[in-house]
Design a protein around this ligand. Structure first.
Ligand code: GDP
Length: 334
């Protein structure tokens, strides 16, 4: 089997590449010019990297031809929600064009859909990473596959656009094309601006005497936080389900930023109350309705369920950051 992953250098892309390689896949990934590659450094000899402009139809077609995939996982996106407010148009345009170009390339490479054929009867499969942000100011809680979309950020709007294009390709072109509506999922490879990694890195720096305090936004904000390697497993399961369907992927439980801080600092023998300060720069307006996912359908049809307990996730991340910072200060003593 052959897979093409867009966003292979990101948190999810790198875990997915590991999972597929372990299953014997040939793995290709699209990269931008000058993409940071630290997450995939250890895989470099086992994967093919294709420099691709996902906004450009010819560039996408060429990448898809070279990769000759059975499965395409579209994970590339500008994922940090606050940044999406800075240039909303480009975030939405990226979603529209990248999903559109990939689906057009797949359509071009697959035989025509037999008239009246069932949804998703072609061989080539497409996974699109959507997000809990599609629910935004949700109208109900918890959110499931039947909850109406109500995005409240350009990032959320972009994910709705990708979702709809994917759904159309399934209904109209018979492509096995699905979206995973992924709630927050974290790991030691999470970007440093996201609150979880910001906390674990900040706590580790304080422990090592490299920082004195940590500035955060709303400590009472709550999120449904899962463990990223489990979510890429769900993506793979979705492409091997009997029929193409969209799924909500979540733990079904929420925790506050404060609880996250408490566990992370305690793991290092510290009390977060001595170090964490609130800075209004990082405060966002709270959601009217809590964002928390209901993954009953994923459990029923994919046999998937989030596993790693929350405290374990926090401890893994903070211990990883501690080791990383210790290691880099040993290599470059100041
Ligand atoms: P998001 O859910 O994709 O936006 O993931 P983030 O990790 O960026 O934010 C998760 C939650 O943490 C949101 O409700 C933020 O309002 C809250 N939060 C509180 N303090 C901070 C902070 O300093 N940085 C970030 N990124 N989020 C914060």
């Amino acid at each position: 089997m052959r897979a093409l992953i867009t966003g292979i250098t990101g948190q999810d892309g790198s875990y997915l590449a590991e999972l597929l390689l372990a299953q014997g896949y040939h793995v290709s990934g699209t990269v931008r010019k000058n993409s940071p590659t630290s997450n995939i450094e250890h895989l470099r000899s086992q994967i093919a990297l294709l420099e691709t402009d996902l906004l450009d139809r010819d560039s996408v077609m060429s990448a898809v031809r070279q990769a000759a995939p059975d499965e395409v996982y579209h994970l590339a996106a500008k994922t940090f929600v606050p940044s999406s407010h800075e240039d909303p148009q480009s975030v939405i345009e990226f979603a529209e064009r990248s999903v559109g170009n990939l689906l057009a390339a797949l359509k071009g490479l697959t035989p025509p859909n037999p008239p009246g054929g069932p949804e998703g009867d072609r061989n080539l499969k497409f996974f699109h990473a959507a997000s809990a942000e599609v629910f935004g100011d949700a109208t109900e809680s918890p959110q499931s596959e039947s909850t109406p979309f109500h995005p409240r950020s350009p990032y959320g709007e972009a994910k709705v656009v990708g979702f709809e294009l994917t759904k159309q390709a399934r209904a109209r072109d018979g492509i096995f094309a699905v979206s995973g509506i992924l709630f927050n999922h974290e790991s030691p490879r999470r970007g440093e601006k996201f609150v979880t990694r910001k906390i674990t890195r900040g706590a580790a720096m304080i422990k090592l005497g490299q920082a004195k305090s940590l500035e955060l936004g709303d400590l009472d904000a709550r999120r449904d936080w899962g463990y990223a390697p489990e979510y890429v497993d769900a993506m793979h399961r979705m492409l091997h389900a009997e029929s193409p369907e969209d799924f909500v992927l979540a733990t079904g439980r929420t925790h506050s930023v404060r609880e996250f801080c408490d566990i992370a600092f305690s793991e290092l023998g510290l009390d977060y109350r001595d170090y964490v300060r609130v800075n209004s720069e990082f405060v966002r307006p709270p959601e009217a309705m809590q964002l928390v996912g209901n993954s009953a359908e994923a459990k029923r049809l994919l046999g998937w369920e989030a596993q790693l307990p929350f405290a374990e996730l926090v401890k893994r991340m903070v211990n990883h950051d501690l080791a990383l910072l210790r290691d880099s200060s040993l290599r470059s003593p100041s």
